[in-house]
Design a binder for this molecule. Sequence first.
Ligand SMILES: [Zn+2]
Length: 111
Amino acid sequence: MNECVFCSNSILECDAAVTLTAKGVDGIVKASAHRGENLNIVVGQSVHVECKKRYTNPKALLVQMKKRQEDQDEDHGQHSLRSECTFSYRDNLNVLAAANTQSRAPTVNRR
Ligand SMILES: [Zn+2]
């Protein structure tokens, strides 16, 4: 019985499946390289049409690559820098709010 390499489910007769050509394998290998994965696929193997489409979809690939990039950023501490920015921004808001309450002055932000 054939198993779809993408979802690991059996490919049933009622499923829309495609038999991989050399070209198909090439595209999937490239996609898997972009994803940092190592798929074990060979020419003549059957996969679900939908799974192959999803896997080699350039948009989905971009999302995946972006996600990997963000993971790497996090490793290098760039992510925490971003949270610091958010934090100080929120801090400023709190200071403004506190100043408003204390001085009972007309709203600072209003023009
Ligand atoms: Zn599948």
